[in-house]
Write a protein that binds this ligand. Structure first.
Ligand SMILES: Cc1cc2nc3c(=O)[nH]c(=O)nc-3n(C[C@H](O)[C@H](O)[C@H](O)COP(=O)(O)O)c2cc1C
Length: 376
């Protein structure tokens, strides 16, 4: 049996992946409190880097004030560099490309993770979350500092030996907050119209590209992850996303990575009369002008193949946590031995950092979980 997802893929900048599967970026909440990569994280990546064509890391913060997770990974200072070097090495050891995802949490950052400091955002509008603080509106100078911090994190990724960086413009974090009419109510050059709300993502991409041009050897990837819609009112709608996509294509990013819960997902804001699923509609709109990475609830070979009918690449998260050798097992015709749930009685086999294991098994309904002890 041959599968499209096992075929190699080459980006236009000649970076070649051995297959079309990527490990999706997943926060481990297992770095040190200072944001340094730990040995447990290295093991997590080591066992999951032998199959996929590329591994996208957990999101690493570009500024310690922008942390949305406990014990997240940092790329905000030079003392993070050693750990990032080890991480890039471990991922690349068995032939996967290593991509560092970078982010700032903006109004989704939490005081408890960033030294009690008030979060910042384009405007002083709280996220619609029970726990969220009202953020401080960014000053013009503050915005320019953030653009340069994204660039500094890219420089660290280059120095650490990564093959690329993914800008986390999804999941309601800072890059998305600038684009969103809910979180960006500014009336200056950084907000007020759709075009002005695009300015921050564009400046960040441009600045990161200039750092790459100046410091990376040829073939360093810059990807952009986006959430096509948001539930808030007002909020990002699909037609807004098309404008963002056109801008990213104009900037020549190397790929666009969707962030949705299911690869064939309907609209989350009720475009009831749309006949096609959201990711498929985006692919039609993109029309192969830029490589598209599909994602969401890909568990089986059939899922991956269906997603590849409209995308060039697929990223897999939970299933590669549950089954780190998912790619190899398909390549070797051993798909029958693949499991689709976490057996809490077998915790050590997953090689997950403790905090990550507790997190994913502790939130009901997030992962398929069984307690194997009750079945024996
Ligand atoms: C434990 C966990 C942590 C995650 N952390 C991130 C992250 O750091 N950055 C990101 O862009 N998405 C993150 N996600 C979302 C995944 O990248 C992915 O989009 C989502 O899990 C859907 O894909 P899946 O069904 O294959 O897991 C995370 C998901 C999980 C399960």
């Amino acid at each position: 049996m041959t599968y499209t997802f096992l075929e190699p893929y080459t980006f236009s900048n000649k970076v070649a992946l051995r297959n079309r599967v990527l490990l999706a970026p997943m926060t481990t909440s297992s770095s040190t409190p200072e944001g340094t990569v730990t040995e447990d994280e290295l093991i997590y990546y080591l066992v999951r880097s032998s199959g996929p064509g590329a591994v996208i890391t957990a999101c690493a913060y570009i500024d310690s004030k922008g942390q949305a997770f406990k014990n997240g990974m940092g790329a905000s200072k030079d003392s993070h560099l050693n750990g990032l070097k080890k991480l890039a090495q471990v991922i690349k050891l068995q032939g996967a490309k290593a991509i560092l995802q970078i982010y700032h949490g903006g109004r989704m950052s939490q005081r408890q993770f960033n030294g009690g400091r008030q979060p910042v955002s384009p405007s002083a509008i709280r996220a619609e979350r029970e726990w969220a603080d009202t953020p401080k509106e960014l000053t013009e100078t503050g915005i320019h500092i953030l653009v340069s911090q994204f660039g500094a994190a890219v420089r660290r990724a280059i120095d650490a030996g990564f093959d690329g960086v993914e800008l986390h413009g999804a999941n309601t974090y800072l890059l998305q907050q600038f684009f969103s009419p809910h979180s960006n109510r500014r009336q200056d050059d950084w907000g007020g119209s759709l075009e002005k709300r695009l300015r921050f993502p564009i400046e960040v991409v441009r600045h990161c590209q200039s750092v790459i041009d100046a410091h990376a050897s040829e073939g360093f990837l810059l990807g952009y992850r986006l959430s096509p819609e948001e539930v808030e009112e007002p909020g990002i709608r699909l037609t807004d996303t098309y404008v963002l996509i056109d801008a990213l294509i104009g900037l020549k990013v190397d790929y666009i990575h969707l962030s949705v819960g299911h690869y064939a997902q309907p609209s989350i804001v009720g475009f009831g009369n749309y006949k096609k699923q959201i990711p498929q509609q985006i692919a039609d709109y993109v029309s192969k002008r830029v490589p598209l990475i599909a994602v969401g609830s890909i568990q089986t070979a059939a899922d991956a193949e269906k997603a590849l009918e409209y995308s060039q690449l697929v990223s897999i998260g939970r299933q590669l946590i549950i089954e780190p050798k998912w790619v190899e097992k398909h390549a070797e015709g051993k798909k029958r031995s693949i499991t689709h749930y976490i057996d809490t009685a077998q915790k050590p086999i997953y090689r997950l950092p403790d905090a990550m294991f507790e997190m994913i098994t502790g939130i009901p309904g997030w992962f398929p979980v069984r307690d194997g002890t009750s079945n024996t």
